[in-house]
Design a protein around this ligand. Structure first.
Ligand code: SAH
Length: 464
């Protein structure tokens, strides 16, 4: 992000526009929506500009801008559409310590003006770092079409009411009040009774919220899916959106955590195989402590919360502490990995059962019904299997599995850095060593990709 978006208070602050024609006119019209003290400098103004300045009551100075005109200005706009005059203004502005925008010249500007969707006081600024004005215009048009025009009146009444809402305790109680106003009561009152009654409705709503007993805290254990935010359930999104506290494992990527409110408290409780990790008791204690403080806690787990996620240990601890909880399922790594290779986890005539297994458990490498797994057509998704490959291979071969059985390894399933490695049972440890995986890997035993290799590497090779 080269340009940082901020909203600047221009009330009563001088803003200088120097230039002529359509450029100066557009900037003057835009800035006259603010409460800035505008001044327009145009030695020989075009007729349109002159009449617009009169209409908007912007003082028009029929001369070139001088150094003194810039002192104390908040912003300066060079809108001559002519390089020498623009450069002169930019020089004067910088000498006076005023940041300057040269219209249609990104390199010469200190700041840029975004595309704006105006539902004052709700203002949306869209920027593309000058990369794609077409894209910015499209996003603006889409937003204009989706945002109700009533947003303005709702937000204006809400803004005036803010001091009253301070009667509610800061945090969830206040947020719930505002959510109720903006998404339920407000739009209803506006549609049925009109803007004048919004203030009355706000007072009534506040009383209602003040009287409501403050809800006790709770914990929702939520499966975040394999990493792609689009593979989350709507319910997971909604719960994350309402969370005061998010307790997440390392498998949950930043792209998903970013969907939570910025003010939420984030607690990372990494559990990385063979590396230092947060003891389960500490995770339980953190959940209980936050819920007892009245917070809405989301315990966010990679994939599905009930697959190798120590879910029961957490729910039992919560029940023992008398805390209300629920579980929201997610897409487990096995499902996402099968999708990534276009293969089916079960198939008529091949396998009528599917095993989700972990290659190691609390006491080391995990034992399984190897004989059943060694049968032709058996399919298993092996979690946490990187280091146990040689052990798994040995057990399966010992029980008569075919060395040619296909094995597909998928690293970072559904993430931008997803990698698919095809192997066979008799080559598994070597192929894993060669792949030097750094991210989480799921092993699909008995499955080969349905599509010949991945499409992307083929494309890249073609253009290399
Ligand atoms: N609850 C999770 C599994 C947790 S155990 C789920 O349902 O997916 C951790 C193991 O899951 C990792 O060692 C890896 O084998 C697998 N895994 C989880 N997310 C993965 C991903 N995005 N890509 C590949 N494997 C993943």
């Amino acid at each position: 992000m080269q340009h940082f978006p901020i909203f600047l208070d221009l009330a009563d602050r001088p803003v200088v526009i120097a230039g002529n024609g359509a450029f100066a006119l557009a900037k003057m019209r835009l800035l006259s929506k603010t409460q800035a003290r505008l001044a327009l400098y145009a030695p020989v103004p075009e007729a349109d500009l002159e009449s617009a300045a009169a209409e908007l009551a912007v003082p028009l100075h029929r001369r070139s801008v001088e150094a003194a005109d810039l002192s104390g200005a908040a912003l300066a706009y060079a809108a001559h559409g002519e390089a020498a005059a623009d450069a002169r203004l930019a020089g004067l502005a910088r000498a006076a310590g005023v940041i300057v925008n040269v219209v249609d010249n990104l390199e010469a500007s200190d700041f840029i003006t975004p595309a704006i969707v105006d539902r004052d006081p709700v203002t949306i600024a869209i920027g593309t770092e000058g990369a794609a004005p077409v894209l910015a215009r499209k996003i603006k048009a889409d937003l204009e079409a989706t945002l109700p025009v009533t947003l303005g009146p709702l937000a204006r009444a809400g803004k005036l009411f803010r001091p009253h809402a301070e009667a509610l305790p800061q945090g969830r109680a206040r947020r719930d009040f505002w959510a109720d106003y903006y998404f339920n009561t407000g739009p209803l009152v506006l549609a049925e009774a009109g803007e004048e009654l919004l203030d009355h409705a706000l007072h009534a709503l506040l009383d209602q919220h003040l009287n409501a007993a403050t809800e006790p805290g709770r914990v929702d254990l939520v499966g975040a899916g394999p990493g792609d935010p689009e593979l989350m359930t709507l319910k997971a999104r909604r719960l994350l959106d309402g969370a005061d506290v998010v307790i997440h494992d390392h498998l949950v990527p930043a792209a998903i955590l970013e969907l939570a409110r910025r003010e939420a408290i984030f607690v990372g409780v990494g559990k990385i195989g063979f590396a230092p990790s947060t003891p389960q008791e500490d995770i339980n204690a953190a959940m209980i402590e936050h819920a007892q403080a009245g917070h809405r806690v989301v315990r966010l787990k990679g994939g599905d919360a009930s697959v190798f996620g120590r879910l029961d240990e957490e729910t039992e601890a919560l029940s023992a502490a008398g805390i209300d909880w629920s579980v929201t399922p997610g897409i487990t790594a096995a499902s996402a990995a099968a999708a990534s290779i276009g293969a089916s986890l079960t198939r008529r005539g091949r396998n009528s059962d599917l095993r989700l297994l972990t290659a190691h458990d609390v006491s080391g490498f995990a034992d399984h019904d190897w004989r059943a797994l060694a049968r032709p057509g058996a399919v298993a998704a092996i979690y946490m299997g990187k280091r146990a490959a040689r052990f798994v291979q040995g057990r399966l071969l010992m029980h008569g599995a075919d060395g040619q059985t296909p094995v597909t390894l998928v690293e970072n399933v559904s993430r931008p850095d997803q990698r698919i490695v095809t192997s066979r049972l008799d080559q598994l440890p070597q192929d894993i060593a060669e792949a030097a995986f750094a991210g989480p890997v799921i092993t699909l035993f008995g499955l080969a990709p349905a599509r010949a290799a991945a499409v992307l590497p083929a494309l890249i090779e073609e253009f290399a």
